[in-house]
Design a protein around this ligand. Structure first.
Ligand SMILES: *Cc1c(COP(=O)(O)O)cnc(C)c1O
Length: 458
């Protein structure tokens, strides 16, 4: 490797690589072969970082005297190899639709290690959850009524966890999810429901916000117990933070430059970056959990002490942070040309839904695997396959100090959490990207790309 990367933003935002990624990218022929075999782009996955991180989180909690259970938020990545990895390590899965639930059951995950948090739950989905003893996160009293009726009809108790809407007093951003504590107090009297825990999920990543709402959840547990229920856990949802960039300095420099830039120096047509993920964060994953567990709650000691005192397990539903380091997206350079005003364009065989989340841009530099000898420098924007003027893959202008040519491979790093699948579309009838697992001996198609083999048949 040369000291200067073959592609970088200006200023650079250098993505952190896992060793398996460096190994893969050290073999450009293997990367090109993956594109030849599966088409472009291709997502390459490896679940080892997930298993490693999950064990670390459970260890940190155990040290604080807390029984932690993890439920991978499947909506963050559809690949079934991640479900298999979570299952093999004894963890659970958070599912958000009937197909997600069927597929997870089909992989052999037991119902008691599944939580259904879908925002809208049709009867068929609720019936499937009841039949398999999956925990249902109740989002509204109306939903609770339907679950009760279905459970009575099925002659099988529904395992439920009411979803707590944070009290307005916490001054968190308003949320559509859950219901206030007061609306859950009649739940213990409903026929057919067994209250197994209390659930909430917050926007953002602050440990302090989660500690505050966890205090309210403990209050709700006490109330439910007074009414005869026996909740055994508090599930604080997802939002565990992660960092894509190791270097805080790069992150700060980027924003300085962004604020002082004019025209198209930094972003395509000077686009504003309003909502973006905090790609560098000081405290993430295991240290973040340690902070959360050590946060004092009024009159209850620390979060860890309060949970132990109330004989409650802690459940977490990390999506993004558990998929940290678990994937890269490879795409073939199709052309290099100039826009009518001379701005450089690098066309990839890929569309903008194939590396995109709900935020404005993915602020991590790609890597470039060159196919020929170093050439003349070039700079410009990565554009994609949809026939739309503003079809840009990354909003930031990219510098190619040794040039870039058709046939090169662009690598988007650390894309497993949300970026691959949450918004992917097959518009223009262009097929969805294939998902390939890097195994110790080679590559295998993820079972999600063999639907017939994986769909669970009741
Ligand atoms: C999306 C979601 C998650 C995962 O959130 P991350 O930020 O990816 O950790 C967990 N639980 C629920 C209910 C969600 O909607």
């Amino acid at each position: 490797m040369t000291s200067q990367p073959a592609v970088h933003g200006d200023p650079p935002l250098t993505g952190r690589l896992e060793p398996w990624m460096s190994d893969l990218l050290a073999d450009p022929d293997a990367c090109r072969k993956l594109l030849d075999t599966h088409g472009s782009p291709v997502n390459v996955l490896n679940a080892d970082p997930l298993s490693r991180r999950a064990a670390e989180l459970v260890g940190v909690a155990a040290q604080a005297g807390v029984d932690l259970r993890l439920f991978l938020a499947r909506k963050a990545n559809k690949a079934l190899s991640f479900v298999d990895a979570a299952n093999a390590a004894g963890h659970g899965v958070d599912v958000a639709s009937e197909a997600e639930l069927r597929q997870v059951l089909g992989r052999g995950v037991p119902g008691e290690r599944i939580i259904l948090t879908a925002a809208v739950k049709p009867d068929a989905l609720l019936r499937l959850a009841v039949d398999h003893g999956a925990t249902i996160s109740l989002d509204s009293p109306d939903e609770a009524t339907r679950v009760s009726e279905l459970a009575v009809a099925a002659n099988r108790p529904a395992r439920v966890a009411p979803r707590l809407m944070p009290d307005a007093a916490h001054r968190l951003p308003p949320t559509r999810f859950g219901a206030p504590a007061g609306q859950w107090l009649t739940l213990p009297e409903m026929a057919g429901v067994e209250i197994v825990g209390v659930h909430f999920h917050l926007h953002g990543y602050a440990a302090a916000d989660r500690a505050a709402v966890l205090g309210d959840a403990l209050g709700l547990v006490d109330e439910l117990r007074r009414h005869g229920a026996r909740p055994g856990f508090i599930d604080i949802g997802g939002g565990m933070p992660m960092s894509y960039l190791d270097d805080r300095g790069e992150w700060d420099s980027f924003w300085q430059r962004y604020r002082s830039a004019s025209g198209e120096q930094v972003t395509w047509k000077g686009r504003e970056l309003r909502t973006v993920y905090p790609f560098h964060q000081a405290t993430v994953q295991a240290p973040w959990l340690t902070d959360l567990l050590g946060t004092p709650l009024p009159g209850r000691g620390t979060v860890a002490q309060a949970l132990a005192e109330s004989r409650l397990r802690l459940h977490l539903e990390p999506g993004r942070a558990l998929l940290d380091g678990c994937g890269v997206t490879l795409a073939r350079v199709s052309f290099v040309k100039r826009r009518s005003d001379g701005v450089g364009l690098v066309g990839l065989e890929m569309n903008r839904t194939q590396c995109r989340s709900t935020s404005d841009d993915f602020l991590v530099d790609p890597l470039l695997l060159r196919s020929g000898a170093p050439g003349e420098g070039f700079d410009g924007f990565l554009v994609g396959a949809y026939c739309i003027e503003d079809e840009v893959l990354l909003l930031r202008r990219m510098m190619f100090p040794q040039g870039v040519t058709a046939g090169d491979v662009v690598v988007l790093v650390n894309t497993a959490g949300y970026l691959m699948h949450i918004l992917e579309s097959a518009s223009h009838q262009i097929p969805l990207a294939r998902n390939v697992v890097r195994t110790p001996t080679g590559f295998a198609l993820d079972p999600i790309d063999e639907p017939a083999a994986t769909l669970y048949k009741p």
